[in-house]
Design a protein around this ligand. Structure first.
Ligand code: FAD
Length: 405
């Protein structure tokens, strides 16, 4: 495609900077508009799996990402009193910890640093209107500025307002039956390199994980009625903390610790666990990328890998194809089956099973956790682990693109 006009990317999270990196490599001019006033730090332990790892390797960023590994050595399941029920070292079947554990903010920072000098980053702005012409798309920014671009890539996350300008009717949020909250609390004695997980009465599940020298990261998920249609994706902070307190009340020692820290939390993220499902990923010169197109929810552990893979494929097709229409169609044809498979792995039924509410359900869950924590069971399951690792590696065959710039 011609490289005369700049490409606009909305969102400087993970997908936006990754796509900017590839587009620059192919010789395109790139502007990145980010709504936040400055680069957004923060976020929790994300892992980069399968094809996402290959994309990182092709970007020559593996060493930088390895250097930022959280060092998590495995997962321990606890009971409500904080006693260890099961220990699952890294690599165990059914364990949480993968090889590529990194804090989301660190990953986003690495991608931002790798592109900030080559791309035109504009913070504190977003797109409010789009007007297509034969040669491009006129974009009106919240600042009032109007500028023409070759195309607009919406990488502005699960609640994308840029997506709403062109693809509102084609997009739905599939609520999975639980709310989630993630934030950090100060690290304290006893917080080590293990992830600590508890599931308790009422279905509340808690994970505490290593979050750097000063912090421990917290992920709480709990079953709840679907949000009302008018409710925002992320609730007001007051309501959110109220709902979270209720979900943690009387849920044991780990929950009590979190409640004690809640008022001081600054990086509070809270919302319904919903997948983004869009029947079309593009309209005219606008195309969706990352969570804005297909957020699978943090529970799949694959949102970041999908964002990296999508960024690579979209940029590659934009470089390879003669027109934006051809490129967007090819991108969707290549990526959609992988995305749908990933999303279907997490069903409301599975979310319900993971958040068992009753005493008998929890007793069964703890029995399974103990079983998984047994060395003998892990020995029996080892061949499955190898097969699973191979299937994750082979989960998506990345297309190869010739650099023609
Ligand atoms: C602060 C933060 C913390 C997160 N923490 C976790 C976590 O702990 N665990 C987890 O699994 N996932 C987390 N995520 C989501 C995770 O980053 C994504 O699922 C995944 O990496 C895909 O990234 P993305 O770039 O598509 O979306 P995101 O990483 O969500 O990035 C979207 C970016 O777009 C910006 N933006 C929003 N609206 C607009 C707009 N209208 N115009 C321009 N820019 C806009 C946002 O500020 C953000 O920088 C977090 C996201 C954010 C923003």
């Amino acid at each position: 495609m011609k490289r005369t006009k700049s490409i606009l990317i909305c969102g400087a999270g993970v997908a936006g900077p990754a796509c900017a990196w590839w587009l620059k490599r192919y010789g395109f001019k790139v502007v990145v508009a980010e709504k936040a006033a400055s680069f957004r730090e923060g976020g929790q332990n994300v892992d980069v799996k399968g094809a996402g790892q290959q994309v990182i390797a092709m970007m020559n960023l593996t060493m930088q990402i390895d250097a930022m590994n959280t060092g998590e050595c495995g997962q321990k399941w606890l009971d409500a009193a904080g006693r260890v029920l099961a220990t699952l070292p890294k690599g165990s079947v059914g364990g949480l910890t993968s090889d590529f554990e990194i804090l989301r903010g660190n990953l986003a920072r690495i991608l931002f640093d790798a592109t900030r000098d080559a791309c035109d980053y504009r913070f504190g702005t977003s797109v409010v209107a789009l007007d297509e012409s034969a040669e491009g798309v006129w974009v009106t920014f919240a600042t009032g500025a109007v500028e023409e671009f070759a195309m607009v890539i919406c990488a502005d996350g699960v609640g994308s307002s840029t997506r709403a300008l062109a693809l509102a009717k084609q997009t739905r949020l599939r609520y999975l039956g639980a709310y989630m909250a993630f934030f950090t609390i100060p690290r304290r004695a006893g917080d080590d390199s293990w992830a600590y997980s508890v599931n308790g009465i009422g279905g509340t599940m808690i994970h505490l994980r290593p979050g750097g020298l000063a912090n421990t990261t917290v992920l709480v998920t709990f079953p709840a009625a679907p949000p009302a249609p008018h409710e925002k994706q992320v609730n007001s902070v007051h309501d959110a903390r109220h709902m979270l307190r209720a979900a943690l009340s009387g849920r044991g020692t780990v929950a009590e610790r979190i409640v004690g820290e809640l008022d001081a939390v600054r990086d509070f993220y809270f919302g319904p666990m919903s997948q983004v499902q869009a029947s079309h990923w593009s309209s005219g010169r606008l195309v969706l990328l990352g969570d804005a197109a297909h957020c699978p929810t943090p529970f799949t552990g694959k949102g970041t890998a999908l964002a990296l893979v999508g960024a690579y494929v979209l940029a590659g097709e934009i470089m390879r194809c003669a027109s934006h229409t051809e490129a967007f169609d090819a991108y969707e044809t290549i990526l959609r089956p992988y995305v749908e498979k990933t999303q279907q792995e997490l069903t409301p039924r599975l979310v319900r099973m993971l958040h068992v509410k009753t005493r008998s359900g929890i007793a069964i869950a703890r029995f399974v956790q103990r079983l998984l924590g047994s060395r003998f069971i892990q020995y029996l399951l080892a061949p499955r682990a190898v097969a699973h690792a191979r299937s994750v590696e082979a989960d998506f065959a990345l297309p190869r693109y010739q650099t023609d710039a």
